[in-house]
Design a protein around this ligand. Structure first.
Ligand SMILES: [Zn+2]
Length: 221
């Protein structure tokens, strides 16, 4: 198993590549920022990742995962998301409080334990935040979602919350918003950068900010 540092780099590069929606090179500065290290430290690591044949790296241009790197990143993501599901479903922890533990456990859980957890959970396809779990072959199904911030007025089912901060998740739960909830987007106020939502079981409509809406993925299929 690669070291946890290597795994965190792979995860960071993957996340930044996904954000751009492409397999273009990600600038090293962005990788460094995401991992809170200096650009020099990140650059040193790039040579290590190159030697291990996990990335494509062009100095001053950036880095992208190659097929080996993508597979390794998917294994980390699978461990992270299965652990979160296990902590919520089996250990009954609050969904807002499991991310930090998963960040640690994702690097140390053995394949044997992981497959046992997968069995006990009956092979879940999504974690408690609604994120898809890569399968054992490292495939991640594209989930047909877009952020609520990109949607026009209409009714949508919340599929996934792209944010792990406990305070944000508690705020969402307080509003009655969880994966599976269907919400009606009634108005986009572009001057105030807010969206107005109607949420089941609430009489008053709710306004949320555009950045908050960017963390909410809804089904578009
Ligand atoms: Zn998490």
């Amino acid at each position: 198993m690669p070291s946890s540092t290597v795994e965190n780099y792979l995860k960071a590069i993957w996340t930044l590549q996904i954000k751009d929606g492409s397999d273009q090179l990600v600038p090293i500065g962005q990788v460094a920022e995401r991992l809170s290290v200096t650009p020099g430290t990140a650059t040193t690591m790039m040579n290590k990742l190159l030697k291990k044949d996990l990335v494509r790296y062009t100095p001053r241009k950036g880095v992208a995962l190659n097929e080996n790197g993508r597979k390794a990143a998917m294994q980390v993501l699978r461990r992270h998301r299965l652990v979160e599901t296990f902590l919520v479903e089996i250990m009954q922890l609050d969904w807002a409080e499991v991310h930090e533990d998963a960040e640690v456990l994702e690097h140390v859980i053995s394949d044997r334990l992981l497959e046992r957890m997968d069995e006990m959970l009956d092979h879940p396809t999504h974690d408690p935040h609604g994120a898809p779990i890569p399968n054992a072959e490292g495939e991640l199904k594209s989930d047909g979602t877009s952020t609520l911030a990109d949607c026009g007025p209409g009714t949508y089912t919340l599929m996934r919350v792209r944010e792990d901060q406990p305070s944000f998740l508690q705020w969402l739960a307080g509003l009655g918003l969880r994966p599976g909830t269907s919400v009606r987007l009634t108005e986009r106020n572009l001057e105030a950068d807010t969206l107005t939502l109607e949420i089941p079981d609430r009489e008053d409509s709710v306004q949320i900010s555009l950045p908050a809406a960017q963390s909410l993925l809804v089904a578009t299929l």
